[in-house]
Ligand binder design. Structure first.
Ligand code: AG3
Length: 295
């Protein structure tokens, strides 16, 4: 049973590490058909949402993740109009996407309506844009939705999921990326949360290999801090359909943007593209293996 003024801890057994937040109250607990959702009030980070024991977001620092999951891709694509978010039920990514005036439609497909209902209650600042007429919220299987999407019907697909365990496993597969590539128009971009470069290098290399194998011409990871996720360091990985390089940031448009951000700007975007040496080596070696095997 939960006692006030205890610590919520997410343990990463394999790495021998843990991250804790002091909690003052348990606000919500619900076992949905898909997962266990919990919400706590914390002493220093505002509200905390936890799914199946994993930290999803806090009021205090979710801006880092949600801005980096949305703006880099939106400011790389030359003219993103039709956007789809797979997962993202807390609506933080959706809010950032809707800040772009050029975006005409955003369909969000999260399998679990419980996440959005909890966000409406405990993170109302994230769901405040949900009534925007450009937004459509669906609660169904995002993998099937992408399979059924008309070819070339999207400019940007954002995969804002949990870790690759449970309902999200199918979102980290070559088959899913192939369906995304088909649903995207020429020049379309797929962006997916890709975990910690320090802890999950294998997830990152597998993801790049699978994205390229699915027909994406380029793939790039962006690095950013995220205090509340394992290791405190996070990545988002972009895959591009077509020839446009994914480091071609629309810098002038970022500088002229009509909305506020808390983290993202042109310098952050360009800096986030810089690859640490260990990452570059591991990725080069992994992609080399695939080329050799394919030759
Ligand atoms: N999506 C990323 C979850 C990864 C966190 N992993 C963990 N705590 N082990 C979160 C959804 C926010 N929109």
């Amino acid at each position: 049973m939960f006692e006030p003024n205890e610590w919520f801890t997410e343990v990463v057994e394999d790495e021998g590490s843990a991250f804790s937040l002091k909690v003052t109250e348990k606000l919500h607990e619900e076992q949905t058909p898909y997962q266990l959702i919990e919400v706590y009030a914390t002493a220093g980070f505002g509200n905390l949402m936890v799914i199946d024991g994993f930290v999803m977001l806090t009021s205090r620092d979710n801006f880092l993740y949600h801005e980096m999951m949305s703006h880099p891709a939106l400011f790389t694509h030359p003219n993103p109009r039709r956007v789809c978010i797979i997962g993202g039920g807390d609506c933080g990514t959706l809010r950032e996407v809707l800040k772009h005036d050029g975006v005409e439609t955003v369909v969000q497909i999260d399998i679990d309506e419980g996440v959005t209902l909890a966000a409406e209650c405990f993170f109302p600042e994230l769901t405040a844009s949900n009534e925007d007429p450009r937004a459509r919220l669906l609660f169904e299987d995002g993998i099937r939705w992408i399979q059924e999407a008309p070819p070339g019907s999207l400019d940007l697909i954002i995969v804002d999921s949990t870790d690759p365990v449970g309902p999200a496993v199918g979102l980290f597969t070559a088959d899913f990326y192939a369906d995304c590539a088909r649903a995207l128009d020429q020049g379309g971009i797929l962006v997916q949360q890709s975990e910690s470069p320090l802890y999950h290098m294998h997830i990152l290399t597998d993801m790049h290999i699978a994205m390229r194998g699915a027909g994406f011409g380029d793939s790039r990871s962006l690095f950013f801090p995220q205090a509340v996720y394992p290791s405190g360091w996070m990545t988002a990985t972009l895959a591009g359909k077509g020839d446009r390089a994914l480091d071609a940031v629309r810098v002038a448009d970022v500088r002229a943007k009509s909305f506020d951000t808390q983290y993202y700007n042109a310098e952050i975007h360009q800096a986030a593209l810089a690859q640490p040496e260990f990452f570059r080596r591991a990725l080069t070696a992994a992609l080399q293996t695939v080329r050799t095997a394919g030759a």
